[in-house]
Design a protein around this ligand. Structure first.
Ligand SMILES: NC(=O)C1=CN([C@@H]2O[C@H](COP(=O)(O)OP(=O)(O)OC[C@H]3O[C@@H](n4cnc5c(N)ncnc54)[C@H](OP(=O)(O)O)[C@@H]3O)[C@@H](O)[C@H]2O)C=CC1
Ligand SMILES: O=CC(=O)O
Length: 323
């Protein structure tokens, strides 16, 4: 049985895979970069299982090559990099890592919100660059978080955890999903906005946390940014493909919105000459939502368990359900 691991992980962490009888583990030897497509195509050909991550484009073309593949276990909760229709057609089980990364991602989302609203990157840089002249009445003043209104689009696991943090800051919580999320209403008093425009018009902070999918591609564009308050901030820790970046650039440049905190981009890694990165009112991070050592360790362990279970005839701990 051949198991392909597409990113270098500590050997100790993937030990359970070596313990599967008659298994051969082939692991890519780099941690910082994805496995090149040509190597992926070659190695997946006779693989029974693959330990993948969100940078592996497991599209139809790639899955068609994977004649023996039985299980894909991705070290992420999002699985928009996997062609689920093709996986279903081929009877491939897909495992992912919900819950274990919820709190770390909610922490990072809230950190982005606090950082953009109070200009932390700009303020920190004057200190580091020895440009701090004096305390000043209005320099680097941002907007209040405490008591403001947050609008969460995608009130699922992470959305609710962000809402809990918002509650601690006495924020009013609005949310939009395709269906009501009664747990959030009961627990944090979140108010459902069936019409997304109502949320956009009322929120001081708009936080996007829907999965990446065909339905959510560019769900944020010119029209949505125009409907936000001019003093509102946009935070995206979901998927870059959910946002039309040209429209976001325009909205930020023209002052239609105040600022943005972005952990994800339409194309990753975002290139250094991307227009968004020229803007002072953009705080950009390299997709580190779940990047605490504790969470990444749990994710890796869960990914290994999902894969091992799938390959040894046991139920996956978290299996993606086909729609
Ligand atoms: N930046 C990072 O490092 C990380 C990013 N993520 C991203 O966050 C996403 C969310 O994760 P998680 O909270 O666990 O997922 P969940 O599935 O728990 O939550 C997603 C929510 O989005 C709502 N939703 C889905 N489609 C739409 C739509 N078209 N319009 C409005 N609402 C929609 C769903 O509600 P309903 O079905 O009622 O519409 C659901 O409540 C992941 O899919 C991933 O892309 C996750 C972890 C780390
Ligand atoms: O973006 C990260 C994920 O786990 O999904």
């Amino acid at each position: 049985m051949k198991i392909l691991v597409t990113r270098k992980l500590p050997k100790e962490m993937i030990k359970p895979l070596y313990e599967i009888p008659d298994s051969t583990v082939v692991m890519f030897d780099q941690e910082e970069i994805p496995m090149p497509k040509k190597d992926l195509l070659k190695e997946i050909r006779n693989a029974d299982g693959i330990l993948a991550n969100l940078t592996d484009d497991l599209n139809r073309e790639v899955l068609k090559e994977a004649k023996q593949l039985k299980v894909i276990s991705t070290m992420a909760v999002g699985y928009d990099n996997i062609d689920m229709e093709e996986a279903e057609k081929r009877g491939i089980k897909v495992g992912h890592t919900p819950y274990v990364l919820t709190e770390a991602t909610a922490d990072l989302t809230f950190a982005l919100l606090l950082s953009v609203s109070r200009n932390l990157p700009q303020a920190a840089s004057i200190v580091k660059n020895n440009q701090w002249k004096s305390w000043s009445p209005f320099s680097y003043t941002g907007h209040q978080v405490h008591g403001a209104t947050i609008g969460i689009i995608g009130m699922g696991r992470i959305g609710l955890s962000v809402a809990r943090r918002a509650k601690g800051f006495s924020m009013k919580v609005l949310y939009h999903n395709r269906s009501r999320h009664i747990e959030s209403e009961n627990e944090v008093g979140a108010i459902y906005c069936e019409d997304i425009d109502t949320l956009l018009a009322q929120s001081d902070y708009v936080v996007l946390l829907v999965p990446g999918s065909k339905q959510t591609t560019h769900m944020f564009g010119e029209e949505q940014f125009k409907k936000m308050k001019n003093k509102a901030y946009f935070i995206n820790t979901s998927r870059g493909t959910n946002v039309d970046e040209q429209a976001l650039f325009h909205a930020l440049k023209e002052g239609e919105i105040k600022g943005a905190g972005l952990d994800v981009f339409e194309s990753e890694p975002i290139q250094g000459d991307h227009p968004l990165l020229e803007l002072d009112n953009v705080l950009a991070l390299p997709h580190i939502g779940s990047a605490s050592i504790e969470t990444r360790t749990e994710m890796a362990e869960l990914t290994v368990t999902n894969l091992k279970n799938g390959l040894t005839g046991k139920p996956l701990v978290y299996e993606v359900q086909y729609n």
